[in-house]
Design a protein around this ligand. Structure first.
Ligand code: NDP
Length: 307
């Protein structure tokens, strides 16, 4: 397969999607950004779309409520990258992607960018819905014979590092931290711009065709305690630490609303079970090995921006 010239990003106004659009522009692809008429008078999103347009992106109006508009949008591109929302506390629209499953793409990258759902068969309720829905989309893609690449990007750094791996926090405290369990389970933290850069590398690569790739930067496989130590080094003091046992965590979780519980389930699997780093990834499926030319952001570098 040659270089895919035309890339359509769906969900390009989102948290990850806007980075995928930028990475597509940066890598010289002819970039199409789908936006929906329902965007209304959201001035921030319109301005973001215009900033992409000024860099050469083509803006394409289409809606999941108008199937023909979707077909027309998809037909503009060789590769479709979807970053539609999939976090319940924001919005969860993963199954809408079933409307995108058509045969005319060179490659489809569905909205995943987290824990590999294929490894989460035993995941807990209610958070398993995220993995179950992503697997429904995978099965539809594979049954339709659409070439694909799945990107298992592990933890978005902004959520996990910003909060020192504590759910409900996205800014690191200078006073205290709650350790989840013994704080020794390893997580994997990835700068969202790096996720986008690796994704754009992968779409042109025959090695990643019909494969899952994992973004597992070797220096970013760290426990919560190790993340906290890096932060403590920056602020020059030790944080006051409280331990939240597994039982306490699960009890607190049960008191939350549905959307919060979904998110907490994910933290549980990452921070108490170590689900991300508990298996080996072959070099030919690991993004930093496949694309050593991408200089990834280390946890140390990422945390520095909060000092
Ligand atoms: P966002 O919530 O930021 O939303 C992304 C996009 O979805 C927006 O562009 C939004 O468009 C679009 N969208 C929502 N509803 C519709 C609809 N009905 N029709 C068309 N477009 C719609 O998404 P995230 O960036 O948070 O999530 C992207 C992916 O990353 C998901 O798969 C998610 O599970 C994953 N993720 C992984 C994390 C990790 O730590 N590994 C953390 C967070 C997310 P509009 O602007 O028009 O509303």
């Amino acid at each position: 397969m040659g270089k895919a010239n035309k890339v359509l990003v769906i969900g390009g106004t989102g948290y990850l999607g806007k980075r995928l659009v930028q990475a597509s522009l940066n890598s010289g692809h002819d970039t199409y950004v789908m936006h929906r008429p329902e965007i209304g008078v959201d001035i921030e999103k319109i301005q973001l779309l215009l900033s992409f347009k000024m860099q050469g992106a083509h803006l394409v109006s289409a809606s999941f409520d108008d199937y023909q508009s979707l077909v027309d949008a998809v037909s503009l591109a060789d590769v479709v990258i979807c970053a539609i929302s999939g976090v319940h506390i924001r919005s969860h629209q993963i199954l809408l992607q079933l409307k995108l499953v058509q045969g005319c793409m060179q490659r489809f990258v569905p909205s995943e960018f987290g824990t590999d759902p294929a490894r989460m068969e035993e995941a807990m309720e209610p958070g398993r819905i995220t993995f179950d829905d992503k697997m429904v989309v995978r099965r539809a893609i594979e049954e339709a014979g659409i070439p694909f690449t799945y990107v298992a990007a592990n933890c978005f750094a902004g959520y996990f590092l910003g909060g020192l791996c504590q759910p409900g926090f996205i800014l690191p405290s200078r006073e205290r931290v709650t350790l989840l369990g013994d704080g020794n389970q390893k997580g994997i933290y990835v700068d969202e711009d790096d996720i986008a850069a690796y994704t754009l590398k992968a779409i042109d690569d025959p090695r990643t065709l019909n494969k899952t790739i994992y973004v597992k930067p070797p220096k970013n496989v760290l426990s919560q305690r190790e993340v906290v130590q890096i932060w403590e080094k920056y602020i020059g003091k030790e944080l006051q630490k409280t331990v939240l046992s597994e039982q306490e965590f699960l009890a607190v979780m049960k008191e939350q609303n549905y959307a919060e519980q979904v998110g907490l389930t994910h933290y549980y699997h990452v921070c108490y079970e170590g689900c991300l780093a508990s298996f080996e990834v072959d070099d030919d499926q690991e993004a930093t090995k496949l694309y050593p030319e991408v200089r990834y952001t280390t946890v140390e570098e990422y945390l520095k921006r909060y000092v």
